[in-house]
Write a protein that binds this ligand. Structure first.
Ligand SMILES: Cc1cc2nc3c(=O)[nH]c(=O)nc-3n(C[C@H](O)[C@H](O)[C@H](O)COP(=O)(O)OP(=O)(O)OC[C@H]3O[C@@H](n4cnc5c(N)ncnc54)[C@H](O)[C@@H]3O)c2cc1C
Length: 497
C-alpha cells in the first residue's frame, strides 16, 4: 500500500465545490456504507479521509500495538490523540452475530465462510463490498482529520490562515497519519459524516491504590493472540463481564494452548447466569474460573493482591485485565467545541448527543454520526447509511429543532438516562425495540418498501441470544450449527429498506 494521500482525488473534490460537498471521516464499515449510498447520486461531491493505508476500519487490524516499546509512536496522529492504535480487534475473534445479520444488501459472502465469520473473513467481505462500489476511488488514505470547524464561528484571524476563502458550512483540516504535523491541508464541506468509530479509546477507571500493584494492569484493547503466553500459568483478575470479557475468558479457557492458572471475573452486573452456565460448570468446578459480583470497585491491597468490598482478599494476582469497554471520542470536534458546540458528551463519554434518530446532530444538523449505536448489527449500519444519504439528497426534511429535542429527551427517559441512550434496544423488549428504531427511520423515506425480514432476523437471533448469551454460553453460541435454518443462506434484498 502507498503511504501517500491521493492528490488527484483531493484536487477533484476541491474543483467541485459548486456541488453539494460531503466529507466522510473514516473508511471503516460505516465510511464504506456511507460512500456506497452517497455515490448513488452523481451530483454529490464526496471524499473520504482514512487515517490508515487501507479500508476496513477496526477489521483492518493494526500491525503493532501502542504498548510495543520498540516502536516510536510519537509521530502517529491517531496514537497522539487517542493514546492507543485504532483497532481493538484480535485475529482469533469471531463475529458475535450470524451471517444473516452481517451481510449487506445484495452482497453474498463465499459459502465456505463460517456462520459466525472470523475477523479475517469479515474484513474480506467488507472490502469486497467496497470494491464492488468503487469506494477506494473516493478515499484519500494516510490522512488524519484533526480539526472540523464551523466556518461561521471562525475569526478573521483564523480565516487568514486558511489558503482559500471558505464559503461552505464546515472547514476541515487534515494531516499526515504518520507525521501528525506534516502535509497539512484544508477542505470545506456542506455535510460531515463522522464515521471514525467508537471502539478505540479504552474506558480505563483507576483502581484505588493501583500504584502499589506490581503486576500488569491492561485493557482488553491491547489483547492480541500473539501475547497468549503472557497469560499462561498466570492468575488473572478480569474486570467486567460483558461481551469483551466473555470473549476473552472463553479464549483463555477453551482455545489457547497454555491456559491461565485462574481467572477471577469481577463485575457489577449480576453474574448468576455465568455461574450457572452449563458449558462453564467443569471449569468452575476445577477452579479455573470464578465469578464475583460486587457494586464497588475493588482496591489494590498489596503488590499482588486485591481487596474486595466484602473484605475478601484475592491473593497472588499477576495481571488485572480491564474489560471495561470503550468511550466515545471525537478529537477533531473537541478542539473547538467550546466555540462550535457540536457535541455534548454524557456520563464520562459513555454516550453523547443530542441526536435526531441517534444519527443526526440536533445542534448542527449537517453533522451526522453513522454507526454510533450500540448492540446492533451490520443491517442497522446499512439502514443508517441509506437513510443518511436520502437526507443529504434532500429527499425528506427534518422536524423543527424543538421537536427533535423533545423526541431526544423522550428517548433519554425511555433508556433510563443519558448513559444508555445510544442503545436502541433494552431487555426484555429488545426484539421489538430494534424494529421500532428501523421503522422510525423508514417513516421518513417515501416510495421504498420495508424489508419485513428485518424483524424475523431479530426474532431468530433473539432466541439464539437468550439460549446462549443469557445462559452464559456465549462461546458455545459461535460454534452452533445453524445450517438447518431457512435463513442460513440469506442475503438481504436490494431495493428494500
Ligand atoms: C472486540 C470487539 C468486537 C467486535 N465485534 C463485532 C461484531 O462481532 N460484529 C459487529 O457488527 N461489530 C463488532 N464490533 C464493533 C465494530 O467496531 C464495528 O463492527 C465496526 O467496525 C464499526 O465500523 P465503523 O466504521 O463505525 O468504525 P471503525 O471500524 O472503528 O472504523 C473507523 C475508521 O475511521 C478511521 N479514523 C478514525 N479517526 C479518524 C480521523 N480523525 N481521520 C481519518 N480517519 C479516522 C479509522 O482509522 C478507521 O478506519 C466489535 C468491536 C470490538 C472492539
Amino acid at each position: 500500500m502507498s503511504t501517500l494521500y491521493n492528490q488527484e482525488l483531493e484536487n477533484k473534490y476541491k474543483n467541485n465545490y459548486d456541488q453539494k460537498s460531503v466529507i466522510v471521516i473514516g473508511g471503516g464499515p460505516l465510511g464504506i456504507l456511507s460512500l456506497r449510498y452517497l455515490t448513488e447520486d452523481s451530483s454529490i461531491n464526496v471524499i473520504c479521509f482514512e487515517a490508515k493505508d487501507n479500508l476496513g476500519g477496526m477489521w483492518y487490524m493494526d500491525k503493532y500495538d501502542s504498548l510495543d516499546p520498540t516502536i516510536d509512536h510519537s509521530q502517529n496522529a491517531f496514537i497522539r490523540e487517542h493514546g492507543v492504535v485504532q483497532s481493538s480487534l484480535y485475529e482469533n475473534l469471531d463475529l458475535n452475530n450470524p451471517k444473516m445479520m452481517a451481510l449487506y444488501k445484495g452482497h453474498p459472502c463465499p459459502k465456505e465462510f463460517k456462520e459466525y465469520m472470523t475477523a479475517e473473513e469479515n474484513l474480506q467481505y467488507i472490502t469486497s463490498f467496497a470494491e464492488k462500489y468503487n469506494v477506494r476511488n473516493y478515499t484519500s488514505f494516510n490522512t488524519y482529520v484533526n480539526i472540523v470547524r464551523l466556518v461561521a464561528n471562525m475569526t478573521e484571524e483564523e480565516l487568514a490562515n486558511v489558503p482559500f476563502k471558505p464559503t461552505k458550512r464546515f472547514l476541515v483540516q487534515v494531516v499526515s497519519y504518520h507525521n501528525y504535523d506534516k502535509e497539512i491541508r484544508h477542505f470545506q464541506a456542506d455535510y460531515i459524516y463522522a464515521c471514525s468509530g467508537h471502539f478505540s479509546k479504552p474506558n480505563i477507571q483507576k483502581i484505588p491504590n493501583q500504584e502499589v500493584f506490581e503486576g500488569e494492569i491492561v485493557h482488553t484493547h491491547h489483547y492480541r493472540p500473539k501475547d497468549e503466553d503472557k497469560f499462561a500459568n498466570k492468575n488473572i483478575v478480569l474486570i467486567g463481564s460483558m461481551i469483551s470479557a466473555q470473549d476473552i475468558f472463553s479464549i483463555f479457557l477453551f482455545e489457547v494452548r497454555n491456559r491461565p492458572t485462574k481467572i477471577t471475573v469481577i463485575s457489577r452486573k449480576n453474574l448468576d447466569y455465568l455461574k450457572n452456565a452449563v458449558s462453564l460448570q467443569e471449569t468452575i468446578q476445577k477452579g479455573q474460573i470464578e465469578f464475583i459480583q460486587q457494586d464497588e470497585y475493588s482496591c489494590v491491597k498489596s503488590r499482588n493482591s486485591l481487596e474486595l468490598k466484602s473484605g475478601r482478599i484475592i491473593e497472588n494476582v499477576d495481571i488485572i485485565l480491564l474489560a471495561t469497554g470503550y468511550l466515545y471520542f471525537f478529537p477533531y470536534l473537541d478542539k473547538y467545541n467550546h466555540i462550535d458546540n457540536l457535541i455534548e458528551y454524557y456520563e464520562k463519554s459513555r454516550s453523547f448527543g443530542p441526536l435526531y434518530n441517534k444519527l443526526i446532530s440536533i445542534n448542527e444538523p449537517h453533522l451526522l454520526f453513522p454507526g454510533c449505536l450500540v448492540g446492533v448489527s451490520q443491517s442497522h449500519h446499512e439502514r443508517q447509511a441509506f437513510y443518511a444519504a436520502q437526507y443529504v439528497f434532500g429527499k425528506f426534511q427534518l422536524p423543527s429543532k424543538e421537536e427533535m429535542q423533545k423526541e431526544f429527551e423522550e428517548e433519554l427517559e425511555k433508556f433510563g438516562g443519558k448513559r444508555g441512550y445510544l442503545a436502541i434496544a433494552k431487555f426484555p423488549s429488545f426484539i421489538k425495540d430494534h424494529d421500532v428504531y428501523v421503522r422510525k427511520l423508514h417513516k421518513d423515506l417515501k416510495g421504498i418498501e420495508f424489508d419485513e425480514y428485518f424483524q424475523e432476523q431479530w426474532v431468530i437471533y433473539g432466541t439464539i441470544i437468550q439460549n446462549f448469551i443469557a445462559n452464559g454460553n456465549y462461546h458455545a453460541m459461535k460454534k452452533d450449527d445453524l445450517s438447518h435454518m431457512d435463513t442460513y443462506d440469506y442475503v438481504p434484498k436490494l431495493g428494500l429498506f
